[in-house]
Design a protein around this ligand. Structure first.
Ligand code: ATP
Length: 281
């Protein structure tokens, strides 16, 4: 496992407020990591620290570099889509592609043009004439056309309709991802990325609260629908979370110790969305 990101006791304060608290994690080459957390959890703050765009306490190594001291060289190997539009409104698409070609040594203009050819974004359109979704597509075209080792996507599909969202993730896998690249994605629409993730991290109030490979979820968490007349009995097994549904409550267990859970009904692996709700509750 080749580490791409190593964070040790990373903290970030805005005045007295701690946006990140003592966060330690490792992200390896080839991972597609979902960084999930509620509003204000610290996701964007963490991404900004990784990219050298924000100061922090503790130690961070990204692609073998310290983002505090090697930001410029680090950013040559990283592509970033921020959650706020950062493209200048006056520029047109063709100028933007030429600008990228002139300034980024790893930008492939032919790839960007071929991606844009499949959209209705015209080369002579100015950024200010594009819809929110089109700006996001343009941003994606730029990001996946950089031969980056690490791609960081902060709420990349915000403002895109469902067809484009699905296409966005499809293109990410087919046009960008390979085992030597690493992708970090934050989104609130977790069900849309569940199928493509290899790893999952939850953060809340600046703290890490889950860090697992997707294929480990099944061995750590289990869900069972408990018939109404057995709910009190099942509660004795300390479910992490419980939600009502037709035909009995669905209980989610962390590291279940009892084999008797299967007596209540068929066991299943929770979705990321249900696991998230359980861990945040
Ligand atoms: N420049 C800043 N000055 C002061 N506080 C800030 C600043 N940037 C972020 N914060 C605070 O830090 C916390 C984490 O913010 P951050 O943007 O990292 O959250 P997030 O997890 O990305 O949230 P969201 O899902 O809403 O985008 C929030 O409470 C936010 O108000």
């Amino acid at each position: 496992m080749k580490p791409v990101v190593t964070a040790e006791s990373v903290s970030k304060h805005y005045g007295q407020f701690a946006a990140l608290r003592d966060l330690s994690l490792t992200i390896a080459e080839g991972q597609i990591l979902g960084l999930i957390g509620p509003n204000g959890a610290g996701k964007t703050t963490l991404l900004r620290c990784l990219l050298g765009l924000s100061s922090f306490d503790g130690s961070l190594n990204v692609l073998g570099k310290n983002p505090k001291t090697s930001r410029t060289t680090l950013l040559q190997d990283v592509a970033y889509i921020a959650d706020t539009a950062v493209l200048p409104s006056w520029i047109n698409v063709a100028q933007l592609l030429e600008y990228m070609q002139g300034t980024h040594p790893k930008f492939d203009i032919a790839k960007a043009k071929s991606f844009l050819a499949d959209t209705n974004i015209a080369a002579n359109s100015r950024v200010k004439q594009l819809s929110k979704g089109m700006v996001t597509q343009l941003h994606l075209a730029l990001a996946i056309s950089i031969d980056a080792k690490l791609l960081v996507l902060d709420e990349p599909t915000l403002g895109l309709d469902i067809l484009y969202r699905k296409r966005f993730y499809q293109q990410l896998l087919t046009d960008f991802y390979d085992a030597e690249r690493t992708i970090i994605i934050t989104t609130h629409q977790v069900e849309e990325i569940e199928h493509l993730l290899t790893h999952l991290i939850f953060i809340n109030e600046g703290r890490l609260c889950l860090d697992l490979a997707m294929d480990q979820i099944a061995s750590h968490y289990v869900e069972v629908q408990v018939p109404a007349d057995q709910i009190e009995q099942a509660r004795l097994l300390n479910p992490l979370h419980e939600r009502t549904s037709l035909g009995g409550n669905i209980m989610l267990f962390e590291n279940p110790k009892s084999d008797s859970l299967a007596d209540y009904g068929p066991l299943r692996t929770p979705s990321i969305a249900d696991l998230f709700v359980a861990k945040m509750s």
